[in-house]
Write a protein that binds this ligand. Structure first.
Ligand SMILES: NC(=O)c1ccc[n+]([C@@H]2O[C@H](COP(=O)([O-])OP(=O)(O)OC[C@H]3O[C@@H](n4cnc5c(N)ncnc54)[C@H](OP(=O)(O)O)[C@@H]3O)[C@@H](O)[C@H]2O)c1
Length: 264
């Protein structure tokens, strides 16, 4: 029999913050469709079904048109309206802009910007037609500061934050809400995947807990808040301070954490 639970989707839901967001949906009675690039997406979906819901796994590359469109069509093929969507997938790349390849920079833009716009277009049009829906766009505290040695990443996350707030305003009165989640540094595989293992950010021991970050994001999504900073009080204070600290000062501070060979 087809499930009668509401359906959610989480891009990049196979691990890290995305998996924890998917677990939040599952724990609150949503079935969940998750995507990932590697085969582990299938094992991750199995783990989610143990929370008592249906979980649907899609393996595809979010840096490509086919990968994004494929996940959307796969989600629709479950035969129910999408009630909530977390546009979470994102990648980084450590190192200096002068050294990194153009392909590396374009991959960040493809996943974090082009892919997010692509999935948002599908999700927004679907939800507005239904007059109902909740959208979470995962940005970052990096949206509030220049990010030297993650040169294209921070700007891509600033895009996500501004994009979320823009759509939110446009959708006022449609029944569809948009929330931005700005996690601080969080204990996932993100920095290792970004080749930043030898930086201060590569050390997971001091970072925010991914389960707590996802819980905060889910709660803000359910409450229809415009944004939430994911992490502890010190993380939230950074975002408050970043409103008034000059860009050049913030850039110098970020460089200390992201510069290669600086691990504490
Ligand atoms: N961790 C942090 O410190 C932090 C801080 C602020 C914001 N964020 C944001 O939070 C979001 C999630 O990050 P995370 O920390 O959970 O990262 P993560 O641990 O690296 O997990 C990334 C997830 O995205 C998937 N993914 C990566 N590239 C993909 C691609 N090309 N196609 C399809 N799936 C892909 C991965 O799937 P596979 O495992 O199959 O590759 C995985 O499920 C990102 O948008 C990131 O910018 C993270």
């Amino acid at each position: 029999m087809t499930s009668t639970r509401p359906l959610s989707l989480v891009t990049g839901g196979s691990s890290g913050i995305g998996f924890e967001l998917a677990a939040q949906f599952a724990e609150h009675g949503y079935d969940v469709a998750i995507s990932g690039r590697s085969e582990r997406v299938f094992a991750s979906a199995d783990r989610l079904t143990k929370l008592g819901v249906e979980a649907y796994a899609y393996q595809g590359d979010a840096a490509t048109f086919e990968g994004v469109e494929g996940f959307w069509e796969f989600t629709l093929s479950q035969g129910r309206p999408v009630a909530a969507a977390a546009l979470n997938v994102g990648i980084g790349r450590g190192g200096a802009f002068v050294d990194n390849t153009l392909e590396d920079e374009f991959a960040i833009i493809a996943v974090n910007i082009t892919g997010t716009v692509h999935m948002a277009k599908r999700v927004v049009q679907h939800m507005v037609r239904n007059g109902d829906g909740k959208i979470l766009i995962v940005s970052s505290v990096s949206a509030t500061t220049p990010t030297p040695f993650e040169t294209v990443y921070g700007p891509s996350k600033a895009f996500g934050y501004s994009f979320a707030e823009s759509i939110r305003e446009e959708l006022r009165g449609t029944g569809v809400s948009v929330t931005a989640l700005l996690p601080g540094a969080t204990n996932s595989d993100f920095h290792a995947n970004a080749g930043m293992g030898d930086t201060k950010y590569g050390d997971n021991s001091w970072k925010n807990d991914k389960t707590e970050v996802a819980r905060q994001g889910f709660e803000a999504l359910m409450n229809g808040e415009d944004h939430v900073v994911g992490g502890d009080e010190a993380t939230k204070q950074v975002v408050i301070d970043n409103r008034t600290i000059p860009e050049a000062v913030k850039a110098a501070h970020h460089a200390k954490g992201a510069r290669p060979n600086q691990r504490r």
